[in-house]
Ligand binder design. Structure first.
Ligand SMILES: [Zn+2]
Length: 378
């Protein structure tokens, strides 16, 4: 068995309590290639927890057969701080209650410092440069101060992830179909991930503006190459945010199949011995953020959906009625319509909404004139 389990303590907790983040490592800590997969960075998003339960079982079996090659790091619950945030019986896992920070924003930006340190040190070999870039990323992260507990969590995860060849951040949406977020520079290389998982949408565009975990993993390579165009700098990290459908889409059958899909992605890249075969056919085209109609409610009220999740709608078709409780009769019903032809990829699980909240995403193929700003919600 090559498996190792580490519990990394987080710094600066309150007296009498100690959080730690668990890291399961297959293969040696210096073995390459290195894959990193974690679940529930938004701590209330449970589908990834079950997928990694199944993936660890599958990797244990592969390990027992002597099939592990390189290094695979699995963090089965990425956010022990968020896991503990039960408030009056409700689990609040999206934001750090101590700092107000969304757990998937403001990940360490090492690109600037990397450029300063490496401008004169990179050579003509892509392989040598890759090794130097990875070790410098680790060096920069090791120098980060402990800060608040959430900063300590960020550093612990980034130290394992940012020097990896492959990074998968498992999330879920509210009500949602399987979909991915990936940078355009690497979307072709990760097309097998979308196909293995049966993604119904793949969003690919430049920065979301939020420095998500997956973006922060790959951006140092992209920005370093842009800052030093005369150097040989490959993209040494493929990273994606995986949205494993919706909060309540949880079963052993689905999670086991999703884990098998991830194992196939690992096998195809040589992390696990054996043939992965060809991935299934793609179920969608890659779409830019600006091709996604982020449907917001104009009023406070109760959502009555008129389009199903997974339904193909046309521009102008009603998505939902919002019933405004302070109005009567027809006045109470505000219809919200699609502004593009496309697929309803997400909806809202809880049906009482405040004005301007997102109630659906409809992904089409054409850029939308009205779309400004970023796709990601707060
Ligand atoms: Zn999430």
């Amino acid at each position: 068995m090559s498996r190792e389990i580490l519990d990394v303590p987080l710094a600066n907790g309150t007296p009498g309590s100690q959080h730690s983040v668990r890291i399961i490592r297959y293969g040696a800590a210096d073995a390459r290639p290195k894959a990193y997969i974690h679940a529930a960075l938004h701590a209330d998003e449970a589908p990834g927890l079950l997928v990694l339960h199944h993936l660890v079982e599958q990797l244990d079996a592969a390990d027992a057969r002597g099939e592990i090659r390189g290094q695979i790091v699995v963090v089965p619950y990425a956010n022990p701080l968020g896991l503990a945030q039960f408030v009056n019986g409700d689990h609040l896992g999206r934001y750090d209650l101590a700092s107000g920070r969304n757990f998937n924003r403001k990940w360490p930006d090492v690109a600037g410092e990397l450029t300063i340190r490496l401008a004169d040190r990179l050579g003509s070999s892509a392989d040598d440069n890759t090794v130097l870039i990875r070790s410098t990323i680790r060096e920069i992260l090791d120098e980060r101060g402990a800060g608040q507990p959430v900063d300590s969590l960020y550093t612990a995860l980034a130290r394992e992830a940012f020097d990896s060849d492959l990074v998968l951040d498992l999330h879920c949406d509210d009500e949602g179909l399987m979909h991915l977020f990936v940078r355009p520079e690497i979307s072709a290389e990760l097309s097998d991930l979308a196909r293995e998982l049966g993604c119904r949408a793949v969003f690919s565009q430049g920065s979301s503006g939020g420095s998500t975990f997956a973006e922060a993993s790959v951006e140092p390579w992209i920005r370093l190459a842009a800052a030093l165009p005369d150097k040989v700098i490959p993209i040494g990290c493929l990273a994606a945010t995986v949205e494993l459908r919706g909060f309540i889409d949880i079963s052993d059958e689905m999670a086991s199949a999703d884990a098998s899909a991830l194992l196939n992605v690992l096998r195809r890249r040589g992390y696990v011995a054996g043939q992965a075969g060809l991935p299934p056919a793609a179920l969608c085209e890659i779409a830019g953020f600006d091709a996604c109609d982020v449907v917001r409610t104009p009023a406070f009220g109760v959502i009555v959906y008129r389009a199903e999740l997974g339904e193909r709608v046309t521009c102008g078709q009603p998505i939902a009625d919002i019933i405004v409780p302070s109005s009567l009769g027809r006045e109470a019903r505000v219809t919200v319509r699609a502004r593009t032809d496309g697929l309803v990829v997400t909806r809202r699980l809880k049906k009482l909404v405040a004005a301007n909240q997102v109630i659906a995403k409809v992904v089409g193929q054409k850029p939308l004139a009205h779309r400004t700003g970023y796709l990601l919600e707060d």
